[in-house]
Design a protein around this ligand. Structure first.
Ligand code: SIN
Length: 276
């Protein structure tokens, strides 16, 4: 009998996984964690004590690590992207609904975020299930979106006139080339076989074959739909907390409500496969 307990966070998304030590995970516990991840889209762990080396080792059990081209990396471990906001900064990283690396041809499978320094209060992260968002669409809209593709680019966030250049996250690297990649609007998850909505506010620019202006009404509708509270959960971090989300099945949003305090998270992103 497994000693692992999986407790759903909300009706919409997420689960807490209790009774595991991620620094020393047996193969059978790994399978239980994998099942929870596939079933819930985002899973949360409490009271973990994990070194950067153990964080990297855990990530490698899921696949190859993608080194983020924009975020500053940890000085010793290039595999670890720093999600940092200093006391004097006003802009946080990830402060809008998005899914990581949808601008890559093979979008990221998952991201593993470890809390390193937390504000006294605030700095929670919200997640939303794109399975639930897809399921709630009308049969007519599902049929329209099936077979459509959308373009994704890092420019909106990391371009010279993108979101981060307007603020004080000045250590972000600038993307100078407008590269767009295309993914299905509705993806079939490679492990669960479930359908999920795969557009997001930060990186989706337009539908393939449509102009930005033509795309805006439908894209805005889908983004507003995906951010409905019914599909979401909110995670309050504490020392020892870890979140592991599936970028093919969820969005996330880092809440920027702790000005004047420092927050540092270590993120490792695991490579995915082309989406169909
Ligand atoms: C991210 O968007 O990857 C960061 C999320 C967070 O800092 O809570």
């Amino acid at each position: 009998m497994s000693h692992i307990e999986v407790r759903k966070m909300t009706g919409g998304c997420g689960a807490e996984v209790l009774g595991v030590n991620l620094a020393n995970l047996s193969n059978s516990d790994m399978e239980a964690v994998r099942q929870a991840y596939v079933d819930h889209g985002v899973i949360f762990f409490r009271d973990q004590s994990i070194t950067p080396e153990e964080h990297i080792a855990f990530a490698r059990r899921w696949g190859d690590i993608v080194i983020n081209r924009y975020f500053p990396a940890d000085q010793t471990y290039p595999e670890i992207a720093e999600v940092r906001k200093e006391k004097a900064q006003t802009v946080n990283i990830g402060g809008g609904w998005h899914t990581d690396h949808s601008y890559d041809p093979d979008p990221a499978m998952g991201s593993i975020l470890v809390a390193r320094q937390l504000p006294e209060t605030g700095g929670d992260t919200m997640f939303a299930s794109m399975y639930a968002a897809y399921d709630a669409l009308s049969p007519g809209l599902k049929k329209t979106l099936e077979g459509m593709r959308a373009m994704h680019s890092a420019m909106k966030a990391f371009g010279a006139s993108g979101y981060y250049q307007g603020g004080d996250q000045s250590k972000m690297k600038v993307e100078n080339e407008m590269k767009e990649v295309s993914h299905p609007v509705i993806v079939t998850h490679p492990e669960s076989g479930r359908k999920a909505l795969y557009v997001n506010l930060a990186f989706t620019t337009r539908f393939e074959g449509w102009t930005v202006q033509e795309s805006a009404p439908l894209l805005n509708y889908l983004i507003q739909h995906g951010s409905s509270p019914e599909f979401a959960c909110r995670f309050q971090w504490a020392e020892g907390s870890i979140a592991f989300w599936d970028n093919r099945a969820t969005w996330h949003y880092a809440i920027n409500d702790y000005h004047g305090q420092q927050r540092l998270m270590h993120r490792i992103t695991v490579k995915g496969v082309p989406l169909g």
